[in-house]
Every structure is written in structure tokens, then in C-alpha cells.
Design a binder for this molecule. Structure first.
Ligand SMILES: Cc1ncc(COP(=O)(O)O)c(C=O)c1O
Ligand SMILES: [Zn+2]
Length: 423
């Protein structure tokens, strides 16, 4: 038993909704629902398995305008809305006509998850992890993080009245540090990169009792939260799947769960079955999955990250091999872009669609552009990109790239001299 559970806590009936077991992604072995994340047979990662009841579009549409409208498809109890949480999700899906025109695409949408309560998609996964931690009787809500996850854990823990401890690499962007420290007194900056922080968290999870590390020992429950991105995209398109989706990759969890969501929507009859392609986006300064994809190999060789896309800077991604599987199976690809292209991607999305994304979204936008330019993405097919975080958290990335067009005296003549008066 992992340390997430407090001794002798009995798990109440229905604690995990319609989930039936944790199943190994490698060998298929099943274990009971609980604070487990590795297969007892082969050490493969566990994921949540379900026996879904009949779920209708009408039932979902009658639900709240947050991720709990999909609670029948998540490992959460029927009464989940009664427990304090940040109520993330149901973010806008914007048709991006200007960006589409600029890149030569017929139809493009941006799923804008920067408007979640702590301004990234991580609020979704944390809400599911919080439910699991509560049901397991955990006393401490914690995570190793590249930044956004720490923000989400610290805020959700504050709302839930739980002790939180969040661990980050010490070189993280200042706004991401402040966005955690404002919610918790227990922000720990670790001298090392994310992979070092993750290793430390695993060690603490093994030693301390009652700690729920959202992305370590309750990871199977946490990961399910990303499925809601897939559900929302389909619902907001009018209950149908897009042809192509571009998703940023750090650990790779989000990308694989959007695919799982699409599969579940087909299985439950909520959408019609159709082919779709999933594309992954990485930075060249942290490209282990893209490298393996291009080399046509199955093994991921860890890298030491060096990129401005710090939220994506996981050199040894836990779900990397499953990202390869997903992108290859669906006919997608994993592509990478330089830091300069990431900066340009941030500015491009801002100037065409009025959306200020962080470096992860700059990566996704720049990868979209590259996929079109290299013919890997079909410009005629309906495409969705996911903007996973807000640009105000990574201001430094673009603060040299954008500045006032002119600094002038407060006079009309000075204004005319700038040439900005012409329509
Ligand atoms: C803004 C943002 N986008 C994307 C990701 C990638 O998520 P995953 O680890 O599920 O691949 C992260 C992870 O930290 C993130 O912060
Ligand atoms: Zn196994």
C-alpha cells in the first residue's frame, strides 16, 4: 500500500463513481481501487477502468458548467459537487479564423484552458486528484511540478482546507513561484531540474504517511482529469470529434487522456465513430518524445532540458511511450520547435486571436505552423489546438520581443510624427 492512505481508513461505497478497478497499461492485470500507481505484476503504470452506465448528451448538458458535468465518466463520487474544489473546466472553444487564414488552414479552433481558476489545464487534473485524496483520507496534498501544477494544487488545497506542500525547480519563472506561494506557506524550491524534484517527491511519498502526491501516488486518478478536455472539445463542436488535435507534451499524460476521452465517447455512443489524428508538441530544448518519434523507435532516451518552455521541461516523461503509441496509431506525429519559434508562436496567437498563451501554448502554436508547412497536418481537415496555460505566467519569454512602438511627448505633433495616425 502506498503512503497516500491514512492507516485503516475504509473507502466508502461509490468513492470512485463508476470506476471498477485500476488496470495495468502493460499487462492488463487489475488491482482494487486505492492509492496504487504501479502494477504488482510488472511495475507498469496503472490506469482507471470503468463500467459506464448509459450516459446521454442531455444528462451531461443539464450538468454544471464545469468538469463535473462529466462526473459519470470520472473516478469521482456522485456527490462530488458538494465538496469544495476550484470547479475548473468548460473553458471556451474559440474558432480561430485569423490564425487559420494566416497558416492556410480551412477550419481551426483553440481550446483555451488559460481561463481555468489558476490559468492552466492543471486545475482539471488536480480536481480529480483532490477527490481521490479526500476519499483515501490523505492528510497532505502535494506535488512535484514544473510550475502550473504547483499553482493548481496550492489553490485547490486552500479551498479544500487541506495542508499543501508543493515542490518546484528553483529556477522557475517568478510569476509561477508567486502563484503558488500566494496559496500556500509550503512552497519548496529544489536546487535541480524537474526530474530531480520528481525523484525527491517519490522518495517522500514512500517514506511519509498520509501524503497524496497528485502526480505520483494518486496519478491514475489525477490523469483522468485531462479526459475532460477531450469531452469538452467534442461537446462544444456539437457532439462530434475533430479530425486533428495538437497537444503539448511534458509527461505526456494529457495527450494520452484526450485520446482515451475520444475512445470513451465513441464506446458510450455519445459521438459517432470516426478517424482522428493526434499530434504532440515539444520544445527542441526538451524533445525526448519527438526524437524517438522521428527515429521510429519505441524507447525514450531521457534528456537534460534547456528551453524557455519550462512547463514542458520534463526530460524523462512518464507517459512518453504512450504518446508515441497514440500518435502513431492515430496517424499523427510528434514535432518540435526552437525557443525562437516558441516566442514567435506566442506573439502569433496573441496578434491573430487575442489570446495570450504561455510558452507551452507558444510551442503548440509553432508546432501547428510547422506541421502545416511540412505537410504533416491536413490543412483542409478540422483542427483543434489546446492552449494549456496563460502568458502572464511567462512574461519574461516575450518581454524583449514586444515593447512600445514609440515613446513620445504628450503632444499631437509628436503623435503624428510616429506615423501611427494613418488608418
Ligand atoms: C501549461 C502546460 N501545458 C502542458 C503541460 C503538459 O502536461 P503533461 O505532463 O500532461 O504532458 C504542462 C505540464 O506541466 C503545462 O504546465
Ligand atoms: Zn502489469
Amino acid at each position: 500500500m502506498s503512503a497516500a492512505v491514512v492507516e485503516k481508513k475504509t473507502i466508502r461505497e461509490g468513492a470512485f463513481g463508476n470506476a471498477t478497478a485500476l488496470a495495468c497499461r502493460e499487462c492488463g492485470a487489475q488491482v482494487a481501487l486505492g492509492p496504487f500507481y504501479a502494477c504488482p505484476e510488472c511495475f507498469g503504470p496503472l490506469e482507471v477502468a470503468y463500467d459506464f452506465p448509459a450516459v446521454t448528451r442531455e444528462q451531461i448538458e443539464a450538468g454544471p458548467r464545469n468538469i463535473w458535468r462529466y462526473k459519470a465518466l470520472l473516478p469521482v463520487p456522485e456527490d462530488i459537487e458538494q465538496s469544495p474544489n476550484t470547479e475548473p473546466g468548460f473553458t471556451r472553444l474559440l474558432e480561430a479564423r485569423n490564425l487559420a487564414r494566416e497558416l492556410g488552414l480551412t477550419r481551426l479552433w483553440v481550446k483555451d484552458d488559460s481561463t481555468n481558476p489558476t490559468n492552466s489545464f492543471k486545475d482539471r487534473v488536480v480536481a480529480c486528484a483532490l477527490s481521490a485524496a479526500r476519499e483515501l483520507g490523505s492528510k497532505v496534498f502535494a506535488c512535484p511540478s514544473t510550475g502550473n501544477l504547483a499553482n493548481a494544487v496550492a489553490a485547490a488545497g486552500a479551498r479544500a482546507g487541506m495542508k499543501t506542500v508543493v515542490f518546484i525547480p528553483s529556477n522557475l519563472e517568478k510569476p509561477k513561484q508567486v502563484n503558488s506561494a500566494i496559496f500556500t506557506e509550503n512552497l519548496v524550491a529544489v536546487e535541480g531540474n524537474y526530474d530531480d524534484v520528481n525523484k525527491l517527491a517519490s522518495e517522500i511519498a514512500g517514506e511519509e504517511d498520509g501524503w497524496a502526491f497528485v502526480n505520483v501516488n494518486v496519478r491514475p486518478f489525477y490523469a483522468e482529469g485531462s479526459k475532460t478536455l477531450g469531452y469538452e472539445i467534442a461537446e462544444q463542436l456539437g457532439w462530434r470529434l475533430p479530425d486533428q488535435v495538437v497537444i503539448p507534451v511534458a509527461s505526456g499524460s494529457q495527450l494520452t487522456k484526450v485520446d482515451k476521452a475520444f475512445q470513451e465517447l465513441i464506446k458510450t455512443g455519445l459521438v459517432e465513430e470516426k478517424p482522428y489524428r493526434i499530434f504532440g508538441a515539444q520544445a527542441t530544448g526538451c524533445n525526448p518524445v519527438s526524437t524517438a518519434f522521428k527515429a521510429g523507435v519505441d524507447a525514450i532516451r531521457p534528456v537534460k532540458p534547456d528551453t524557455i518552455a519550462k512547463s514542458l521541461a520534463i526530460g524523462n516523461p512518464a507517459d512518453g511511450i504512450y504518446v508515441l503509441d497514440t500518435c502513431r496509431r492515430t496517424g499523427g506525429a510528434v514535432e518540435e520547435v526552437s525557443d525562437e519559434e516558441i516566442r514567435e508562436g506566442i506573439v502569433l496567437l496573441a496578434r491573430t486571436e487575442g489570446i495570450f498563451t504561455e510558452t507551452a501554448g507558444g510551442t503548440t502554436t509553432a508546432v501547428l505552423k510547422k506541421l502545416v508547412a511540412t505537410g504533416q497536418l491536413d490543412p483542409e481537415a478540422e483542427t483543434v489546438i489546446i492552449n494549456t496555460g496563460h502568458g502572464l505566467k511567462t512574461l519574461d519569454a516575450v518581454s524583449d520581443a514586444v515593447s512600445p512602438a514609440a515613446t513620445i511627448a504628450p503632444s499631437y505633433d509628436a503623435f503624428v510624427a510616429t506615423g501611427l495616425g494613418e488608418a
